[in-house]
Design a protein around this ligand. Sequence first.
Ligand code: BDP
Length: 713
Amino acid sequence: MIPKFSRGFLFISILLFPFLLIANDGYDLWLNYRKIENKALLDKYNGAFNDYYIKGNSETLKAAENELKLAFSGLLGTEPKLLNSIENGCIVLATKNESVLKGHISAKDYDKLGNEGFIIKSVKINNRNCTLISANTDIGVLYGVFHFIKLIQTQQIADKLTITEVPRLDIRALNHWDNLDGSIERGYAGNSLWKWDELPNTIDKRYIDYARANASIGINATVLNNVNSNPKILTKDYLEKVKALADVFRPYGLKVYLSVSFTSPIKLGGLPTADPLNPQVIDWWEAKAKEIYTLIPDFGGFLVKANSEGQPGPQDYGRTHADGANMLAQALESYKGVVMWRAFVYNSDPEEDRVLQAYNSFKPLDSQFKDNVLVQIKNGPIDFQPREPFSPLFGAMPNTSLMMEFQITQEYLGFSNHLVFLSTLYEETLDSDTYAKGKGSTVSNVIEGKYSTKKLTGMAGVSNIGNSRNWCGHPFAQSNWYSLGRLAWNSETSSESIAEDWIRMTFSNNKDFIEPVKKMMLESRETTVDYMTPLGLNHIMAYNTHRGPGPWVDTAAQPNWKSTYYHRADSIGIGFDRTTGGSNAVSQYFPPVRDRFNSLETCPENLLLWFHHVSWKHKMKSGNTLWDEMCLHYYNGVDKVREMQSSWNKLKSFIDEERFIKVKQLLEEQEVEAVIWRNSCVLYFQTFSKMPIPEELEKPEKSLSYYIGLKLE
Ligand code: BDP
């Protein structure tokens, strides 16, 4: 059901649109429907797409119609007319069986579309030029409308259209780490969007805009609450609130899921145990599933963090992860719900390399998970670092549905204060070749289920969304939400095209703006790696907050939370020996990846210190010593931020002042913090290498003890 006020809201948005153009606070995200400035193009589009004809009146088709009106009123300056019959310049929205489509799209073409794909096609109906947007389902039509709007918005529309789009993954999810008190774990853009105290009676209009934004990039799943889950989420009161959100999201194809705590039967049900094989526990979950599906018939399922970082789980009762996941999956099965069971597990044993642990815990369980379980794996073996090799679990469990978990929120990448376009990080992982089934077995192919006996597929991103007016804090952080959606839809989309679309939609279609901004975005992740963790370094952030540098952190609640555990710097060199002579983590990869990582000569330099403990004097490919090379990376990171600043400062005339100034200020902050990162790390590691910072580089202004005392807040 679309709440009653949505039409009114649409009207107000249209009225306010000229105002939003002048002062852009970023609320509109990439759905920024500003009027096309190029007069010739405007006339052309107005002639070709000025009216529409729609068959059907479901809530989803109404949402499609509303979006078309909102977008075209903004982009073309006039609201498109609803026609009773086909005329020239008509956009036709209809699903498969409508007679108007007869002869234009074959049954075979529809067969390829599944439940969410769509076709956009220029055709002649009764001798009139029309654009068909069609699908098997209403949600496919809505996705098609968003795609079509994007083509107009980015001014990349061909004269004759024949587009077929089908999502490659089933579940395309945002994982919100939102707590029930409104705070967000690792959230840097305000508090939670969900106003639990107002729900279910009051529906914030922002929920609709959230759903629109997700639908526009094909995200079809939202996990509302933190993986460190409060059992209260499964109480009757909260489920009513969840239902209210599910009702708002449904027309946009967005299904609601919940993170659940494994001990809910104890905490809520008063049972003495949460043992997954205990009949009372099984009954408790079955009754809970029934209660949920009575309220929310299309409820998506559960996300579970179990036996990880202090969370309860089946191992507390001597059971396996598979026992736990399957018990929940059984409860959801008849409703077609799924369990997303996280593989993010590690213990506190200082002797066992943390990198080995997820693989060692899960690989032996391959084949044991039910068909409606997906094992959700973080992209790398540790934890959302600026750079990690891909997790060796991808490709290693051919009889299990494996889904990807990326982090969109920048916990380890400068919060929402640093401009870091994460699409290149995602792309690097997805393109990595696991060699699980020989050359070309990329992570992307693995998560598409190409080598799997199980059928479910998915990708999740830990959300960076909060209630700040521009949703994500940094104006460019919106591009990371956007990229996650685009890559979950098609994991082979290039970061370059994602960046270009996003810039055009969010800011400007002017080439002189697009090119420098695209360059900034595409280089930004490597820049951050350079000033934080070059050459395979990782997890040397400040303790617990993960904000700012902390390579010196040597006391922690758990040995593998210390930075010194990860970098292992000493008088000889630096890096973690994970070769066959060390922790042997390399052996979790298939050959030839294993051999490439294992050898100092062939290991990619950007992962060198992840896999090797390397002498400070080691000669790098450039001819520099490792020490000099590390310094150069740190300095290059800062130089690149300064380059971003000077590029951005030239772009003032292209966009609204509000966002221009905001980005300018944030880049200034990023430069200051990049210098802090650089100086801290170089000075700290110098206490081990005892080598001078290369002559030509500016010397750190302050001493190491100054940086150790500094806390970035
Ligand atoms: C770590 C975060 C922690 C999360 C954990 C997770 O620091 O807040 O709870 O990941 O993914 O990186 O469960």
